[in-house]
Ligand binder design. Structure first.
Ligand SMILES: NC(=O)c1ccc[n+]([C@@H]2O[C@H](COP(=O)([O-])OP(=O)(O)OC[C@H]3O[C@@H](n4cnc5c(N)ncnc54)[C@H](OP(=O)(O)O)[C@@H]3O)[C@@H](O)[C@H]2O)c1
Length: 500
């Protein structure tokens, strides 16, 4: 097989779409590390690209619904990765998926791109859920003009990796439930695959010598969701009991998953729907065209995911993409719309900004929300009950944040190291809310901003005032307190450089 370095001339230029999502973010890191190609990203919000990556890639800001942005992104590109879906955009996501794929293919042809690489879902059209059907239609549209452009269409089922929705579901169920009553769909055959193996296929697609359209089903050994739970428990050193019950409908199971795990109902329902029918490979193309890739065992995939979590090395999560809520497009950091505010100002004296920033950016997740953590948790439970994210999402990393990260029921909308953190609320609210931490010279300003929707919004804000007074005052005080503790732990270091 060709290797990228075997070609004379400039390195190939590759476009990665979905580079702020679960797969795309990891693929971008992998291709950057391999260093065989020039990488361009098409992103909807460039501030979601980490500063250390910005200088190493070309960035085009835009989306697949704007042909001009697509033309700019695809000009001079040899291979274009299509790692996009519109599932978070509401009920009409299938129409948007169609439009997006058609626009992308046509722009790629206009710009003379040689190859599209797409990752879709494993499964058959006849038994497909609405989500999978849309993924299949996307693949068909991308592949529809083989005379003008080649499409390599990979199809994967359950992906096991730190931060993947399926793995977080398995991890939480196994951790929380010694005894699981499971519905029938847990015995359907499926072929999970480690995220690193998915990335290996996607990266190897760059140099595949074939010029024809191909569908490549990828996956590890066949198993069932039931087995996946039991085998993950074993890897985690836990003994778990599974009792199948015939009465748990898919709808009930998805509500159950939503309550016990970090994923919202839409994702739980898509997973359950997906597992109602077999999702197994229909061809041997993976082995034929990529014999060098041997998918790791399910146990190894779980082990790798757990190791990444333990070492705080979770590169991406299922909630990185904005799902139509905060941060997918500009404007989510526009707090000027707010008309109601809770503002706390605390003096910092000579406390360095870096220490306060480190304390502010470490809130939430496993660390909790200080004295009134139980009130935050109660709010999270109410949010879950009305279909929101609740607090279960936690955070990707206990200390590091980047724009687009989920933080309990917030989303990071802006970050200015040493200066500012802006969180946009993703909880169910009659309005729009933000929580801003601004480190000014000698003072710390924490502001909860609220843009109420009609009368209900205003009533909500005023009903919450007593709680806000407690929790926000406590939050600001504890952030400054923790900053002092952090600063005290590093007395020998220069103040401004102690917290990078
Ligand atoms: N993750 C899995 O477990 C899994 C399993 C099997 C197959 N797949 C397939 O892998 C592909 C990628 O999935 P994923 O899980 O990585 O998705 P994801 O985490 O939800 O990320 C989606 C990405 O697409 C971007 N995006 C959405 N609409 C866009 C548009 N119109 N124009 C430009 N960018 C847009 C999002 O940008 P923002 O950051 O701005 O929102 C985000 O970067 C999908 O085709 C999916 O079916 C995934």
């Amino acid at each position: 097989m060709d290797t990228p370095t075997a070609h004379p001339g400039p390195p190939p230029r590759v476009l990665i779409t979905g580079a702020t999502g679960y797969i795309g973010r990891r693929l971008k890191d992998k291709l950057l590390a391999e260093g065989h190609c020039t990488i361009r990203l098409l992103v909807r919000n460039r501030s979601k690209v980490r500063p250390e990556v910005v200088g190493r890639v070309e960035i085009v800001e835009g989306d697949t619904f704007h042909p001009a942005a697509l033309d700019a992104a695809l000009a001079g590109v040899d291979t274009a990765y299509y790692l996009i879906h519109s599932m978070g955009a509401g009920k009409e996501y299938d129409r948007l998926d169609r439009e997006s794929a058609t626009n992308f293919r046509d722009a790629a042809i206009r710009q003379g791109v040689k190859r599209i690489v797409y990752l879709g879902g494993l499964g058959e059209k006849e038994t497909a859920s609405k989500h999978l059907a849309s993924r299949i239609e996307t693949g068909e549209l991308l592949s529809a003009k083989p005379e003008s452009i080649q499409t390599l269409w990979f199809r994967a089922g359950v992906i096991i990796g730190s931060g993947s929705a399926s793995f977080e579901i398995i991890h939480h169920l196994v951790q929380k439930l010694p005894l699981m009553l499971t519905p029938r769909w847990v015995t359907t055959k499926t072929q999970p695959i480690a995220v690193d193996d998915v990335l290996a296929y996607l990266a190897a697609a760059l140099t595949l010598p074939s010029h024809a359209n191909l569908i490549i089903d990828i996956g590890g050994a066949r198993t069932t969701f039931r087995e996946m739970l039991l085998r993950a428990a074993k890897v985690m050193g836990l003994r778990r009991l599974i009792l199948p019950v015939p009465v748990l409908s898919p709808r009930l199971s998805s509500y159950w998953l939503m309550l016990l795990t970090p994923v919202p109902h839409a994702i739980a329902a898509a997973l359950v729907e997906g597992l109602k029918s077999e999702t197994v490979a229909q061809d041997d193309h993976a082995r034929r065209f990529f014999p060098q890739i041997r998918p790791v065992s399910y146990e190894d995939a779980v082990q790798l995911a757990l190791a990444e979590i333990e070492q705080n090395q979770v590169v991406s999560r299922w909630c990185d993409s904005s799902a139509g809520a905060a941060c997918d497009i500009g404007g989510e950091d526009d707090i000027s719309r707010a008309i109601l505010r809770d503002r706390r100002v605390l003096p910092l004296g000579d406390l360095p900004a870096a220490a306060v920033y480190a304390a502010a950016t470490a809130i939430g997740g496993d660390q909790g929300w200080f004295t009134y953590d139980f009130l935050w948790r109660l709010r999270g439970l109410i949010d879950k009950a009305v279909g929101g994210y609740g607090l279960n999402r936690g955070r990707r990393d206990p200390r590091e944040l980047r724009v687009g990260d989920a933080l309990d029921f917030w989303k990071v909308a802006d970050l200015k190291p040493g200066k500012r953190l802006l969180l946009a609320a993703q909880m169910r609210l009659p309005g729009k809310a933000w929580l801003e931490f601004d480190i000014q010279e000698h003072q710390f300003v924490q502001t909860a901003h609220f843009y109420p929707q009609g009368l209900w919004g205003r009533l909500y804000w005023f009903a919450m005032l007593p709680f806000h007074t407690l929790v926000f005052r406590d939050l600001a005080t504890h952030i400054v307190g923790r900053a002092r503790q952090l600063q005290a732990q590093v007395p020998a270091q220069p103040k401004e450089t102690a917290f990078p």
